[in-house]
Design a protein around this ligand. Structure first.
Ligand code: NDP
Length: 486
């Protein structure tokens, strides 16, 4: 269905329940708008009710009976089909993502290609071993493990990686025999619907994957209350993550929470400074700093501090801020008005706390939610800008006089997702690997980014300590059965 809007056709996307696109019985919809040009409506999505969540879970529960019995390679074949369809539509879906959340088109295409690769990785998982033979003390017995699917998995995703995150949760869930109900972030529900169109076209059996859009609080609570939910996987803020974790614990279901970060980079006295500057900018400012793995705290040895600072300021000043659809843009807008407000409020807070704003942090005049990349110095560990996740293009410089002080400062955070060091000294690398309380340790590489075949996740408040992606995903999406045959 489509309606005329601003002399342009704007498509209305339904929920996807039991293999059908259906509008919400509430009759309510919401508009998804372009953060670079908020007057542009990218699409219209359903504001769903509890009833629709329940319908989706009923369909997924019914579908699980046959989907879980399907052979792993056959489930993998479906994912392969989805990957080919997504690849064919890559440019269109990437453009939708750029319009919906502001990421540059180059980054959006990279993310969509990542989605294709993740689907192919998990398509292959359908043919890989899921158990071990364990020697029994009885020589006439056979003892082994096998993996059982969990049932219906609730998938709740944020807006910052609207293709990659849903796919890195959905693909392993499905290949290991579960069925799915997806609730994407409201801001990026059109992108989510376009992903689900790929699954629809691949003709997955009815009910295997379902999409319900609408308010997080309404849909989320209904998902967690549904009798058929057997697990929930979530990425987003710590506040919502903890709320979901508490409900899941009460229900006795499995949960996986990937939440915030306050990721440090250490620049040692022996670092390649050009490399460190480039990686700090890429890690901290790509996607407008809206990554849970984004570089936020930049801890620099005093002997190279001034040189590093000058290089960082001069390179950051060259960043072009604008509409992500424009090929000359390096950094797009914040994803929403509220995200922009959050960033601007932290710019204020930082200055009130006594940090020095070296450059940037200015609202760019005009329609979109643009802000220039900000660099603070004289940031102390007790300041809110050093402790809280800003989720925007803000770098906090901190000066140290030793490696010990640097590591201590880097670990002085409630979060523990990713940490980088720039050094040419092997002892410093080893100290860093051993001492950092984080899930992702990066040496001479930006804090953001991990390859899809490697485990992803954090320590401390960053995660519920399970890992996503790669083979690690099997631990969350299956349950081990130990079998003894005599
Ligand atoms: P939220 O945690 O609010 O949203 C993430 C997802 O949870 C969305 O789908 C949201 O739906 C849903 N949700 C919201 N409320 C509930 C609820 N009560 N029960 C179940 N699901 C719910 O993150 P935001 O997108 O608002 O971002 C806010 C902050 O979170 C950011 O500033 C950043 O600090 C952090 N964040 C971290 C991410 C990470 O990767 N670590 C990713 C995104 C955000 P809806 O969109 O409809 O509200």
């Amino acid at each position: 269905m489509s309606v005329t809007n601003q002399e342009r056709e704007v498509k209305v996307y339904g929920n996807y329940i039991n293999g059908e696109w259906v509008n919400s019985a509430t009759g309510q919809v919401s508009e998804s708008t372009n953060p670079a040009k908020p007057s542009e409506i990218v699409g219209i999505v359903q504001k769903s009710s509890v009833e629709e969540v329940n319908e989706a879970f009923t369909a997924a529960n019914e579908a699980h009976k046959s989907w879980s019995r399907l052979a792993g390679p056959a489930r993998g074949d479906y994912l392969l089909k989805v990957s080919n369809i997504l690849e064919e539509r890559l440019d269109d879906i990437a453009l939708t993502m750029t319009k919906e959340m502001g990421k540059t088109y180059v980054e959006a295409k990279g993310e969509a290609a990542r989605g294709v690769a993740i689907l192919r990785y998990y398509a292959g998982e359908g043919m890989r071993s899921t158990g071990d033979i364990i020697p029994s003390s009885d020589s006439s017995a056979l003892m082994f493990t096998t993996r059982a699917s969990l049932g219906v998995v609730g998938v709740i995703t944020p807006w910052n990686f609207p293709i990659a995150i849903p796919i890195w949760k959905i693909a392993p869930a499905l290949v290991y025999g579960n069925t799915v109900v997806l609730k994407p972030a409201n801001e990026t529900s059109v992108t989510a619907a376009k992903i689900i169109e790929c699954f629809d076209e691949a003709k997955l059996p009815k009910g295997v994957i379902n999409l319900v859009t609408g308010s997080g609080a309404v849909i989320g609570d209904a998902m967690l209350a549904n009798p058929y939910i057997k697990a929930v996987t979530f990425t987003g803020s710590n506040t919502v993550g903890k709320h979901i974790g508490r409900q899941a614990f009460e229900r006795g279901i499995k949960y996986q929470l990937e939440m915030g970060g306050k990721n440090p980079v250490i620049v040692a006295e022996d670092a390649d400074l050009d490399l460190a500057v480039e990686a700090t900018i890429n890690g901290g400012l790509k996607s407008t700093g809206q990554k849970c793995t984004a570089t936020s705290r930049v801890i620099v040895h005093e002997s190279v501090y001034e040189e590093f600072k000058q290089k960082l300021m001069s390179e950051t000043a060259k960043i072009t801020v604008g509409n992500g659809e424009d090929s000359s843009t390096w950094m797009g807008p914040c994803a929403s008005a509220s995200q922009l407000e959050t960033v601007l409020s932290y710019i204020e807070i930082g200055q009130q706390e006594g940090a020095v704003l070296l450059q940037g942090g200015e609202r760019v005049e005009g329609e979109g939610y643009f802000v220039t990349p900000a660099i603070f110095e004289n940031v102390t560990p007790d300041m809110r800008i050093a402790r809280e996740e800003i989720f925007g293009p803000v770098l906090c410089l901190m000066k140290v006089s030793s490696m010990e002080e640097a590591v201590e400062l880097a670990n002085d955070s409630d979060f523990g997702l990713s940490a980088s060091i720039f050094t040419t000294n092997i002892q410093k690398m080893l100290t860093f690997i051993n001492e950092m309380d984080v899930g992702l340790v990066r040496i001479n590489a930006e804090s953001a980014g991990v390859e899809l075949q490697a485990p992803f996740g954090g320590m401390k408040q960053s995660s519920s300590h399970s890992r996503e992606q790669g083979r690690a995903a099997i631990e969350f999406f299956t349950s081990i059965k130990t079998v003894f045959v005599k």
